[in-house]
Ligand binder design. Structure first.
Ligand code: GLY
Length: 350
């Protein structure tokens, strides 16, 4: 067991962008899976995790626990004020408040933690891990998650950067031409993001972990919780099979339990590439008619990322285009996702 004081020191070190120590509390020492004949370390993530996969991979080959390593990987982007998809600088909800979701799973010890709709804490991935390490629960939400984080030593801060605040004001002004807000900067494109980094890793002994962190959909209804903190949707990990997670429209993923489904397809014998494609087919099959174009293709997009226990990996997307980040013995790189549909098949609304 490490003490709470030690955990706080660990979190502070991670928040400074430095390597974090071994997995805390109930994680020490973790039962390790028998050495797989085929195990090869590999970290796979959404493309915005490209810096993180390298950090995570280097830590894993140096012996760091897989979950600690991938959380260190996503912390880089969570703490980057210029990234508007997760953590500090994430795009806010419709009231201008940044609300974050995250979850994680530690395969060797069969544990999970999550936080939903947490405010003021830049690294919800670490708070999710604190829920896992220090409570007998899996998910905490809202103000109580914030208070839990503060009690664990996390420092609250304003997560709405000036750039994201300006984007929110522009979005608000352009919502309705008949309101009393004057539109300005008409030439500035307002970003919309479904945010999110998912990162999954396996080490040389076949131990596996997964983490997903997000600021969620930009301009969401306050209190909205997406797929990222939902264990089995935003990410899922089974130390005997592999791990998978998602980015994109969370509501579509929740309807398919996508992280779990990818892992279940791998359990049935599919490789990661076939698994993510089959899960995407399920997403289409469960999409409501109002979200489908007349050509039978969804308006929305969604991605899955998966790694198997033997170190195979894949990224898959409904629509052609996004790449995914991977790091293994060949180094960190972006590879193209497999996909169901070409971009020119994507219907436009209205
Ligand atoms: N996939 C992130 C979200 O929808 O919140």
């Amino acid at each position: 067991m490490i003490t709470r004081r030690e955990f706080v020191a660990t979190s502070a070190t991670a928040a400074a962008g430095l390597a974090i120590g071994p997995s805390g509390a109930a994680a020490a020492p973790s039962p390790t899976s028998p050495v797989s004949r085929f195990a090869r370390p590999c970290v796979v993530a959404s493309s915005n995790g490209i810096r993180g996969v390298k950090v995570a991979y280097d830590q894993i080959v140096a012996g760091t626990d897989t979950l600690d390593a991938i959380i260190a990987g996503v912390n880089i982007t969570e703490l980057d004020p210029d990234d508007q998809s997760v953590g500090l600088g994430g795009l806010p909800n419709e009231e201008g408040v940044v609300q974050l979701d995250a979850s994680c799973m530690h395969g060797p010890t069969k544990r999970a933690g999550a936080v939903g709709c947490i405010e003021d804490i830049a690294t919800p991935s670490l708070v999710a891990k604190a829920v896992m390490d220090y409570t007998d629960h899996i998910m905490l939400v809202g103000d109580d998650a914030r208070r839990f984080a503060i009690s664990m030593g996390f420092t609250p801060q304003n997560l709405l950067t000036e750039k994201s605040r300006q984007d929110w004001l522009r979005w608000k002004a352009r919502l309705n031409p008949n309101d009393f807000w004057l539109d300005h900067d008409d030439d500035v494109q307002i970003r919309f993001t479904t945010g999110t980094i998912n990162m999954n890793a396996v080490n040389a002994t076949g131990d596996i972990s997964s983490v997903t962190t997000t600021s969620g959909m930009a301009w969401k209804v306050p209190g909205r919780v997406g797929d990222s903190p939902i264990v089995g949707a935003g990410q899922y990990c089974d130390n005997t099979v592999g791990a998978a997670g998602s980015t994109g429209r969370g509501e579509s993923n929740i309807m398919t339990c996508g992280g779990f489904l990818c892992v279940e397809f791998m359990r049935q014998g599919l490789g990661p590439e076939q698994a993510v494609l089959k899960a995407l087919e399920r997403v289409v099959a469960t999409t409501q008619a109002r979200l489908m174009g007349s050509n039978g293709r969804p308006f929305v997009d969604l991605q899955f990322y998966a790694v198997s226990k033997d170190g195979r990996y894949a990224g898959g997307s409904l629509y052609e285009g996004p790449g995914f980040a991977v790091c293994d013995e060949r180094g960190a790189r972006i590879e193209p996702c497999v996909y169901l549909y070409r971009q020119n098949e994507r219907p436009r609304r209205g």
